[in-house]
Design a protein around this ligand. Structure first.
Ligand code: ADE
Length: 229
């Protein structure tokens, strides 16, 4: 279903590496939704706002230490260039609050979002505080920059927009949608593979039994994973 660009979900990304996008967001159902203008992508190259001859966007940290910090004055110019763009402002950083499905759902109900991707040792905290960026992390590990974290966040949000999955998936049944139970395991053909059989109940045709088996598996796997974490 094509949409008018006016009511597309508006994604704005402030980054030093715009060439990373749309990346995996340009293929499959989310890519098709981009072509169909269900969402649109506005890339802002922070380096375009650098104002010295070296196009510097970062400097050494006050207080000393390794690495470079992205300058607030350059990011300010980049943000001001998109002040008319809607949605909450999010900064991807390993220091942020961990992304949850509940947060993803909430973001998908907005008009769009503005993502700030950090590189190097981070972003000057003043710009994050001044512009009220919410700091979000995709997990307790560090990737090289906020761009891959932005892709993870966007994939999870964009798939929830109306008409993106087109009935391919059942959002109610999947893990985390009720915030408690993980998904049951899935099997397909062939029925026997490398000596391993599909659980018999799934081929029984008894929908009541199948449902209780799947419910039991959801409880089991949730218990195991919770003990792991
Ligand atoms: N940048 C580097 N690591 C990150 C993480 N885990 N989450 C969000 N942004 C990041």
């Amino acid at each position: 279903m094509k949409k008018n660009i006016e009511n597309a979900y508006k994604v704005s990304i402030l980054t030093l590496f715009p060439e990373i996008f749309p990346g995996p967001l340009g293929v499959s159902l989310i890519g098709k939704a981009l072509s169909n203008k269900i969402w649109d992508l506005n890339l802002i190259n922070i380096r375009d706002f650098a104002n010295d001859k070296h196009k510097s966007v970062d400097d050494t940290p006050y207080g000393g230490g390794a690495g470079m910090v992205m300058r607030p004055d350059i990011i300010e110019l980049a943000i001001n260039s998109i002040s008319h763009f809607p949605g909450p402002r999010i900064c991807l950083t390993p220091r942020g609050a961990k992304l949850t499905q509940a947060k993803v759902k909430k973001l998908s109900l907005d008009e769009g979002l503005v993502l700030l991707c950090g590189r190097y040792e981070g972003i000057d905290q003043r710009v994050i505080d001044y512009y009220n960026f919410e700091e979000i992390s995709i997990g307790d590990y560090v990737v090289t920059g906020g761009e891959s974290a932005a892709i993870v966040l966007l994939e999870s949000v964009l798939r929830l927009l109306p008409n993106v999955l087109g009935g391919v998936d059942t959002l109610e049944e999947e893990s985390f949608s009720d915030n408690t139970l993980l998904e049951y395991p899935q099997y397909t053909k062939p029925r026997e593979w490398n000596g391993l059989n599909v659980p018999e109940v799934l081929t029984s045709g008894d929908h009541g039994k199948i449902k209780s088996w799947r419910d039991k598996k959801r409880v089991e796997i949730t218990k195991i994973r919770k003990l792991d974490s």
